[in-house]
Design a protein around this ligand. Structure first.
Ligand code: MBD
Ligand code: FE
Length: 260
């Protein structure tokens, strides 16, 4: 970071912390507990990253990725893995032969802000399994389980088969889980599917899709991640072999570079 900016931001951070100490007359004992808790967090793999993701990343994203007319962003979270398999149609996310859970057919479109379909738009999709694990991060999953990249067709449409994700629960033993419990806040995230979307000439989008009726929608453990515009119905019509959901994504064009 450029030194002047580092100094400006750090000065404000320190000022904010000092104000909190003064306003609440933080005791020596409370200061010691904070120091111990942060030290504990630092010894746990990925814990600081999770903590920042829970408390702050959504605010950083909102500052940087605000949209005028495109689909809203939602945080990337700690479980993205670059380089997921490039799938071919008909799209099925890689899954175990005995992958548990209800099947989900996720369809939709990718369009530009003016409604033009974005043929060939790239979607990078990842999600938790029905038994509650993200491959690569939780033991016992094949590499890239429920992770894949696919493209929208000539009309900007896409469809892929996956399983209905379950809500994620932040581990109770970790420093982040202990903080949430101490605060009386839920450690749950509503069930979600993560996506990154890209198309030439458009701002890349990182977002998540949530489902109507999810009990954690209004108290996501990750502050600010759930947005009403990203919630879609999960449709189950009796007899169908899979639940369905759909979402129509809108990417914002990047301004044309000025002609020189
Ligand atoms: C998740 O699955 C997630 O998406 C975020 C943002 C934080 C923790 C777990
Ligand atoms: Fe997630």
């Amino acid at each position: 970071m450029e030194n002047a900016r580092l100094q400006a931001v750090f000065t404000d951070v320190l000022d904010g912390l000092q104000q909190v100490v003064r306003r609440h007359r933080v005791t020596r004992e409370e200061y010691r507990l904070l120091s111990e808790w942060l030290t504990e967090a630092g010894t746990q793999p990925n814990e600081i990253a999770l903590l920042l993701e829970v408390l702050l990343s959504s605010t950083v994203d909102d500052v940087n990725f605000a949209v005028e007319s495109g689909t809203e962003n939602s945080v990337e979270g700690p479980f993205h893995v670059p380089g997921a398999p490039l799938l071919s149609a008909p799209y099925v996310l890689p899954m175990r032969p005995d992958e548990p859970g209800e099947r989900l057919l996720f369809s939709g479109t990718v369009r530009s802000a003016d409604g033009t379909p974005l043929a060939g738009a790239m979607l990078d999709v990842w999600q938790i399994s029905a038994d509650g694990g993200y491959s690569h991060f939780h033991a016992g999953f094949p590499e890239y389980n429920l992770r894949g990249r696919l493209t929208a067709d000539e009309e900007g449409r896409f469809e892929f088969l996956t399983v209905v994700p379950v809500p994620y629960e932040i581990p109770k033993e970790g420093a982040t889980g202990r903080l949430l419990a101490a605060l009386g806040r839920t450690a749950h995230r509503p069930a979600h599917v993560h996506l990154k979307l890209g198309h030439q000439g458009h701002r890349p989008l990182t977002t998540q899709i949530y489902f109507e009726g999810d009990p954690w929608l209004d108290r996501d453990a990750v502050v600010g991640a759930t947005k009403a515009s990203l919630v879609t119905p999960l449709v189950r019509d009796g007899g169908a072999t899979a639940a369905r959901c759909s979402y129509d994504f809108v990417l914002e064009p990047v301004p044309e570079p000025a002609l020189v």
